[in-house]
Design a protein around this ligand. Structure first.
Ligand SMILES: Cc1cc2nc3c(=O)[nH]c(=O)nc-3n(C[C@H](O)[C@H](O)[C@H](O)COP(=O)(O)O)c2cc1C
Length: 407
């Protein structure tokens, strides 16, 4: 019974993707699932499952897995061995962007997040990328420095969080004691910035050494680079603060260094122009982020820009922002995210508003999200109690469709 179900599902993929429908398979599918959707809507939806390239990275489809922090790293901020299975299960995404990963010890802001600055961390990640590649997938690593969104208990002894300016965030973080108010930061000294950029460069080199297909520089969600971008958190009076030109400088320098190190075609960037996440705010985001994207364009040949539209994980339209104008500043691949479902994703791709769509929360309980979207199958919901921290439960035990429906 299960074998027959699987045959029908396989044939259904081919039929729905318009690949090689043969008369008998089609008859079986119609018997099992009812008549197919109209030719128009098939063609329309198939764009989501069509291949594309983001720079040097070839994707089998346009469903990207958004980065998702799961706080399960082991001693030494080494990715948990469970991550091998977790990411392998999700390898049918066109591209996995693995969870935010700190570039150095001061870049950590939450309990048990992985790093990419030690040999043990690189070895841990290598097992993950090998598994994803063996399953036919692609995987990039998100390079992270949290800046002021940290707590002294998570940092090396005697250190406090670093930020563009000594302005505390009205935000909380997850420590060994549960949720705690973030610690008061100190301003990064001008002479510390070259080492910070060098750490991004080394992290990118380590990521490629660990087998990743590329990296995504995390410049979103109120973390360090976003803190430099926005005038709510950046009150500097040197060449990294004040004007838009100065506030976009760190972003341009970090991404430029990473691109030089590993190739622009393997370097992507994540932005979130209007998210209020982690107390991020700016007096005039439209010109700020348009200039930021112009500077990314000037680097030349970047793999992608990945934009969170609206409040991360919340309303998409709480603050007006012209994303079409933003996209017009960049000639390369454009990835969109935040609250997308299949219909929204297909519309964004068909209307030329994106080249790929990143899904975050739907990937948590649906390891085979691509299959489910293709079949319009129901999506499972995740258990909020096992999102952050813990072990296998709520991490690698969400079944794929064929097992959850087999009976
Ligand atoms: C559990 C969880 C962890 C997340 N971790 C990260 C992260 O590490 N880096 C990041 O840029 N965004 C992170 N996000 C935001 C998601 O990547 C995504 O932007 C957000 O969930 C909205 O997309 P969605 O509506 O498809 O879920 C996280 C979100 C969730 C729910």
């Amino acid at each position: 019974m299960r074998a027959r179900q699987r045959t029908l599902l396989d044939a259904a993929f081919q039929w729905w993707a318009g690949l090689a429908p043969d008369g008998n398979a089609a008859a079986g599918i119609i018997a099992a699932f009812g008549p197919p959707p109209s030719r128009y809507s098939m063609t329309d939806a198939s764009i989501l499952f069509s291949p594309t390239t983001l720079g040097d990275i070839a994707l089998a489809n346009r469903v990207v897995m958004a980065p998702l922090t799961r706080n399960r790293a082991i001693e030494g901020c080494v990715p948990t061995p469970l991550a091998i299975e977790y990411y392998r299960q999700r390898a049918s995404a066109g591209l996995i962007i693995a969870e935010a990963t700190q570039i150095n010890p001061l870049g950590q802001g939450y309990l048990n997040t992985p790093g990419i600055y030690s040999q043990a961390q690189v070895a841990g990640w290598k097992a993950v990328t090998d598994a994803v590649h063996a399953a036919g997938g692609k995987i990039a690593l998100q390079l992270w420095h949290v800046g002021r969104i940290s707590h002294v208990s998570l940092l090396p002894a005697g250190e406090v969080p670093v930020a563009p300016s000594a302005i505390g965030a009205n935000a909380q973080t997850f420590t060994a004691n549960g949720m705690e108010q973030v610690s008061q930061p100190r301003a990064l000294r001008l002479e510390e910035i070259p080492q910070l950029i060098a750490d991004y460069r080394t992290a990118a080199r380590n990521a490629i050494g660990a087998g990743f297909d590329g990296v995504e520089v995390h410049a979103a969600n109120g973390y360090l680079i976003d803190q430099f971008l926005r005038d709510g958190s950046n009150h500097r009076t040197d060449e990294y603060g004040g004007s838009i030109e100065n506030r976009t400088r760190l972003l341009a320098e970090v991404v430029g260094a990473v691109a030089e190190e590993i190739g622009a075609g393997r370097t992507g960037v994540r932005l979130s122009p209007v998210t209020p996440a982690n107390d991020a705010h700016d007096s005039n985001p439209q010109p700020l982020f348009e200039r930021a994207v112009e500077r990314l364009e000037a680097i030349g040949g970047l793999a992608f820009v990945h934009v969170i539209e609206g409040a991360t994980g919340g309303p998409r339209d709480d603050i007006p922002f012209d994303y079409v104008a933003l996209k017009s500043r960049f000639s390369g691949p454009w990835v969109v995210n935040n609250g997308y479902d299949k219909a929204m994703a297909v519309a964004a791709l068909s209307e030329g508003r994106a080249d790929a769509v990143a899904f975050g929360r739907p990937f948590i309980a649906n390891p085979d999200l691509v299959t489910r979207l293709r079949l319009d199958a129901p999506l499972a919901s995740f258990n909020p109690d096992t999102l952050y921290g813990g072990g296998a439960e709520g991490y690698i035990d969400y079944p794929p469709l064929e097992l959850s429906t087999a009976g």
